[in-house]
Design a protein around this ligand. Structure first.
Ligand code: PXP
Length: 261
């Protein structure tokens, strides 16, 4: 199981002071030493964390493959095509959201995403689509020649959080009035959906990654799904790095991966 660490929030912290530290580029050597196999960054349209300058420096000098998340906005795709990361992961993007909510709607944006994939591939960039564990979205991803899919684990993570804490963060607070028994059932349904979606992806000869909202606790069940061969994890690792240091925070995730995968 490959671990990609999303380092956007190192830039979030730097930008809070609008100065030059902490520098996300400095994270890469540490990620490598700790056993991560990939670095993931998201060049958002509003540049709220990673900037164009960060992306350029990271792609030019990273010892690890760079997985670049981005929207299908034409200006952004033009930038990515020139930067040439190892992979582009296409994600939906809304300016008002706190984080990427929901997967890309491939079915209703087929032609645009298809053209975007063609452009990226013609620039020798592998393309992954960040989608919900939805069978029709997976089939549509295959039809338009994606190399890979990343299954959105945000709903699973939100139910897990609602079940284990008093936090009920979801855009719509959909779990607010559910009792524990119902939440457990919902968790199982979502987990089975991720499992079946991963199996369908492999059947269609797509590489299958997963990510969003994963942490040391909720990742364990995801690791039991053997069809998933890559995880991209950001917020929780960077949050734990505040207390443990980045190297140990990544190492701890790697240890869990080795134990349960
Ligand atoms: N994968 C994708 C496609 C994402 O957009 C994100 C969030 O930027 C992640 C993984 C990581 O999510 P988290 O920060 O919640 O671990």
């Amino acid at each position: 199981m490959k671990l990609g660490v999303n380092i956007d929030h190192i830039a979030t912290l730097r930008n809070a002071r609008k100065i030059n530290e902490p520098d996300p580029l400095m994270a890469i050597n540490i990620l490598k030493e700790a056993g991560a196999e990939q670095v993931t960054i998201h060049l958002r349209e509003d540049r709220r964390h990673i900037t164009d300058f960060d992306a350029k420096r990271i792609i030019e000098s990273s010892f690890l493959p760079v997985n670049m998340e981005c929207s299908i906005n034409e200006e952004i795709i033009e930038i990515i095509s020139k930067l040439k990361p190892h992979r582009a992961t296409l994600v939906p993007e809304k300016r008002e959201e706190v984080t990427t909510e929901g997967g890309l709607d491939v079915i209703n944006n087929k032609e645009k995403i298809k053209k975007t994939i063609e452009k990226l591939k013609s620039n020798d960039i592998e393309v992954s689509l960040f989608i919900d564990p939805d069978f029709e979205q997976i089939k549509a991803s295959k039809e338009i020649n994606a190399d890979m899919i990343e299954l959105h684990t945000g709903k699973y993570a939100n139910i897990f959080l609602a079940l284990n804490t008093n936090i009920n963060y979801t855009p719509f607070k959909i779990y607010e009035n559910l009792d524990r028994k119902t939440l457990k059932k919902e968790l199982e349904i979502e987990l089975n959906l991720i499992k079946d979606a991963a199996m369908l992806g492999v059947d269609l000869e797509l590489e299958v990654a997963a990510g969003h909202g994963l942490n040391y606790q909720n990742v364990i069940e995801i690791l039991k799904i053997k069809e998933i061969t890559e995880l991209n994890i950001g917020h929780s690792i960077i949050a734990n790095a505040v207390f443990l240091g980045l190297k140990d925070a990544v190492k701890r995730m790697k240890e869990i991966i080795l134990k349960y995968y």
